[in-house]
Design a protein around this ligand. Structure first.
Ligand code: NAD
Ligand code: LMR
Length: 334
């Protein structure tokens, strides 16, 4: 029998039958993210799950004339979560609470860890082969939580688990273009490490803007690392980034789908189970990843970086190690 990838390659149809599920689809990120997925022609079956509101969002999106079916699910109906996940190819998880001013992402752990753990258990049961894209914060800890849950159920595939760090990447493009007065769509900055404050490392030395003066460069790095706080402050208690995050999530989901589809040279930074610093006890790290039919095809090292970036990396690793261990222990020592 032909594999799914082979069947696609032989297909004369322009429509690729991918099923995508959003867990937390009724929320601030979930709604615009679901809209962008509805507009993605790679997605033919869109499943939206939330504790509340998923039916409304699904009904609303279902009127958009793109070639996909949208269905909403809630815990009220029998096997709602199971149905949302059944035979899905890609699961995006933006379920959980967002920050308020004065909070760190780590402050969300006490609520979001158990939400993500329970959703991961459902993924293990109903969609063990799906690619899982984790958005819920703190990403540095929620991704290890998902990994440990999948391991405990015997279905962990490190090639199919991703922490979505794309928002840091798109912010870096935007912010550098503002400093350098350039077109943001032509700016490409590799961001490595993790997804919180000092664990976010934009590799400006690898861009065409190597000659920035130190003050400008330090301010730019700080803005990229703490861009999330700008939005949290501006929203003043009403949550964190949702619209830019939806764009980032949809962009990364599209890259994962392109990889699954067999498109070549699909490379995006992502927080994945990585060999790069495992010997130092760091099981996950964001760096550029080649995406393919099996998920992660190749993980790129950070490459040549400046001495200043080496210092940032050292600081990042200290915090990242603790964040990752916290997530892992939450599952293994429960
Ligand atoms: P929100 O409160 O607007 O939406 C969250 C949604 O999750 C709600 O609709 C809620 O009902 C739902 N939910 C909660 N528990 C659930 C469960 N067990 N099953 C299904 N749905 C559940 O929050 P938001 O602004 O959409 O943010 C969501 C998360 O994404 C937060 O943790 C936030 O910190 C994080 N976030 C991550 C990034 C990133 O770059 N990775 C960027 C922005 C926000
Ligand atoms: C972001 O980077 O905007 C998100 O992680 C949300 C937050 O809490 O800042």
């Amino acid at each position: 029998m032909l594999s799914r990838v082979a069947r696609r390659a032989f297909s004369t149809s322009r429509i690729n039958p991918y099923k995508v599920t959003v867990l937390g689809a009724g929320g601030g990120i979930g709604q615009p993210l679901s809209l962008l997925l509805k507009l993605n022609h790679k997605v033919t079956d869109l499943r939206l799950y939330d504790l509340k509101g998923a039916h409304g969002v699904a009904a609303d999106l279902s009127h958009i004339p793109t070639n996909s079916v949208v269905k909403g699910f809630t815990p009220e109906e029998k096997d709602g979560l199971k149905q949302a996940l059944d035979k899905t190819d890609v699961v995006l998880i933006p379920a959980g609470v967002p920050r308020k001013p004065g909070m760190t992402r780590d402050d969300l752990f006490s609520i979001n860890a158990s939400i993500v753990r329970d959703l991961a258990a459902a993924v293990a049961e109903s969609a063990p082969e799906a690619a899982v894209l984790v958005i819920s914060n703190p990403v540095n800890s929620t991704v290890p939580i998902v990994a440990e849950v999948l391991k405990s159920k015997g279905v962990y595939n490190p090639k199919k688990l991703f922490g979505v760090t794309t928002l840091d990447v798109i912010r870096a493009s935007r912010f550098i273009s503002q400093v350098e007065n350039t077109d943001p769509t032509t700016e490409h900055v590799t961001v490595v490490g993790g997804h919180s404050g000092i664990t976010i490392i934009p590799l400006l030395s690898q861009t065409k803007h190597k000659m920035l003066d130190k003050e400008t460069r330090d301010a730019l790095i700080h803005r990229i690392q703490f861009g999330g706080d700008e939005v949290v402050k501006a929203k003043n208690g009403a949550g964190s980034a949702t619209l830019s995050m939806a764009q980032a999530g949809a962009k990364f989901a599209n890259a994962v789908l392109a990889g699954l589809e067999g498109e070549r040279d699909v490379i995006q930074p992502s927080f994945v189970d990585s060999p790069l610093y495992k010997s130092e006890g760091i099981d996950f790290f964001a760096s550029k990843v080649l995406l393919g039919p099996q998920g992660v095809e190749k993980i790129f090292p950070v490459g040549e970086i400046s001495s200043e970036e080496e210092e940032l990396l050292a600081k990042c690793k200290e915090t990242l190690k603790k964040n990752i261990e916290k997530g892992e222990k939450f599952v293994t020592q429960a």
